[in-house]
Design a protein around this ligand. Sequence first.
Ligand code: HAM
Length: 424
Amino acid sequence: MLTQRPRGMHDILPQEASLWHEIEEAARRICARYGFSEVRTPILEHTELFQRGVGENTDIVEKEMYTFNDRGGRSMTLRPEGTAGAVRAYVEHKFYGGPQPIKWFYLGPMFRYERPQAGRQRQFHQFGVEVFGVADPAVDAEVIALGLDFLEDIGLEGLRLELNSVGCPQCRPMYRERLQAYYRPLREQLCEDCRDRLERNPLRLLDCKRETCKALAERAPRIEEALCEECRAHDEGVHRHLEAAGIAYEINPRLVRGLDYYTRTAFEVVEDGIGAQGTVLGGGRYNGLVEELGGPSVPGIGFAAGLERLILALEQRRGEGTSETGVDVFGIALGDEASVELTGWLRRLRALGCRAERGFEGKSLKAQLKAADRLGARWALILGEEERRRGVVMVKDLAGGEQRELPVLEVESWWKETEHGTGR
Ligand code: HAM
C-alpha cells in the first residue's frame, strides 16, 4: 500500500509533463482568443452543492462521489466536475449584478469513484468553460467553436460532434411520460440499471451501452418531436450559427448526458480511436442551474474536456510521448576548484536565459561528456585545472565536434552572441 498509488489515480511523471503543458497552453491561448478568463474554485465543496447541482438521480451523486465529514462534522465532497463550483462562485460573488455575459474557464483535477479503465480514472483533469447570462443560440455556437478550435490546436482534427436538444422544464416532463409509456411494457427486457432508471431518470435509458437496451432505444420516441416551440427555435438557431461557422455536426437524438442540469443544447465530441471512453469533450446549456443554486434566473452554457483522454488520443496519433527538455550548455568541471568556479558562472548564464546543466561528484571527462550527450546538450563548457589557472574554458560544440578556448571572462558574452546567432 505504502508504495502504491490509489486505484484509478495517476502520477503525471516528468516525461509526460511537456504534453500536459502543451494542452494547458493551448486551452489558455484559445480562451484568450474568445475572451474567457480563468477561474479557480476549491477542489472541495459542500456536498449539497453537487446533490442540488449535478442532481440526486445521477450516477455521479448516487455512486461516484468522494464524500466525507470534515473535522467540524460538515459533509464535504471532492468535486466530481467543475460547473457546480463555477455557478456557486458566480452567485456568491454576485457576478449576475454586472454586465453579461460572464465567460470563465478552468483547468484542474476532478474526482469520481468510477470503475477505472483506459480513459477513465478516479482522479482526472478537465479543461472547462462556462458562459453565464446570455440565452442567445449564438453563444452555444461560440462555446462549441471554442471547444473544436482547442482540439484542433492541439492536433486533434476530424472528430465527431454530436448534438441534441434535451428540452426544458416545459416540454421535458411530457417527453419523460412518453418514454415511460414506451418502456414500461418492455421492462423485463431492460438491464437492471435501466429498470431502476425507468421511474427516476428515464432519459438515461436512451444512452445505455448494453446491446439489448440499445436496440430498444433505437425505436423509442424521439425528443425532437416533443420539443416546445421555444426549444425548437433555439435548436434551429444553434444549427444556423454552427453552419455559418463551418462546423459539421451530427444530430444524435439519444444524446442525453449524465448530469441533470442540462436544458436545450447538449453536445459531445467523440474520438472513435481510443476505445469505449471516446468522449473527449461534453457539455450543454443549463438555464435553470443558477437559480437552483440560489441565484437569480440566469441562463448558462459550457463544456468540459477530459485531458487524459486527449493525451491518449494524441499519443495514439503521434506515437509515444516526446520528452525533450532542452539543454543549451553542459558545464564540466575537473577538480574541486574548477567545480566551485563553475557554480558561479552557471548561475550567471542561467540568469541570461541559458538552459544550463552540469556534472557532479568529480566524474571523469568521459563520463561527464556522456551525461551531456544523454541530455542532448548543444554545448559543453569544460573547465579543467590547467585551464582554470590560465583563466580560460574549453567550448565544445557537441553537434559539430569542434572545440575552442575562450577566456572565462567572455563566457557570458559568448552565450549572448550564440543565443542571438541561433535566433532562440
Ligand atoms: P462530463 O460529461 O461528466 O461533463 O465530463 C466531461 C468530460 O470529462 C468527459 O467527456 C470526459 O472527457 C471527461 N471525464 C469525465 N469523467 C471522466 C473520468 N472518470 N475519467 C477521465 N475523464 C473523464 C461535465 O463534467 C460537465 N461539468 C461539463 C459541462 C460544463 N457542462 C456544462 N458546463
